[in-house]
Design a protein around this ligand. Structure first.
Ligand code: SF4
Length: 227
């Protein structure tokens, strides 16, 4: 098994479904923008395409051992907390990743355009994550395997402290993505997570939304279930 880190750089225009993510986040269909917004949506989109690109760092690793509340991986790195052992109960390997929009900034001299650049940024980073999840699924299917749902540090019982483990394994600082003392990623349009690799047909795949207090009113629940 190749456990090396893979770096994928993608122009934003090659990431599929960003329009759908933008619509879910803003409530605006970017192909039929209401007149009151003028050309702010399209100008913000053009500005983002001009200034940012996506970088995805991915690594496939064996699970070396488990102990109570810990999953032990390569290089002395562990995932800790209640959820990782549950999510990875039937997995012998996992995929970890960080995705970020290199060059992202929502700066603009127009407040509305600034808001839409920010929303486009969120749409593209979510679309990049969804693209990666689909690619992983397709690749694993060829091996007769599948993946668990995607879990991100900060979700239910998958403590934010696990960001440190993912950063140790993936070194996203190389593409300009860093972690603050409070474990927040910079640029803000960055995501990280894990997916367990399990045999095809594995049941009881835990879904983050099933444990989330925001679930009843969350507009993203349907999207999340697909990950
Ligand atoms: S319900 Fe919404 S906020 Fe909660 S995990 Fe699912 S997508 Fe995220």
């Amino acid at each position: 098994m190749n456990t090396d880190r893979i770096l994928i750089r993608k122009k934003l225009s090659f990431i599929p479904n960003a329009n759908a993510f933008f619509q879910r986040l803003s409530g605006i269909d970017p192909t039929a923008v209401p007149e009151k917004y003028g050309n702010s949506v399209s100008l913000a989109h053009a500005a983002l395409l001009d200034r940012a690109e996506a970088a995805l760092l991915v690594r496939r690793l064996p699970i070396l051992s488990r102990s109570e509340g810990e999953i032990h991986l390569a290089e002395g790195v562990s995932l800790s907390g209640e959820m990782p052992p549950k999510v990875l109960r039937q997995a012998e390997e996992l995929i970890c990743f960080v995705a970020t929009l290199v060059g992202f900034s929502n700066e603009s001299d127009d407040m509305m355009r600034e808001y839409f650049i920010d929303t486009w940024g969120s749409a593209y980073i979510e679309a990049a994550q969804a693209w990666l999840a689909a690619e992983v699924q397709t690749a694993l299917a060829k091996e007769g395997r599948m993946r668990t749902h995607l879990w991100c540090p900060g979700q239910h019982q998958f403590e934010l402290i696990n960001q440190r483990a993912l950063f140790q394994l993936l070194s996203p600082e190389d593409v300009g993505c860093t972690l603050t003392k409070r474990l927040m990623m910079v640029p803000t349009k960055s995501v990280s997570g894990i997916m367990g690799i399990v045999p095809t047909g594995t049941e009881e795949l835990l879904l983050p939304c099933d444990f989330c207090r925001f679930r009843p009113a969350c507009p993203s629940r349907q999207h999340c279930a697909a990950l």
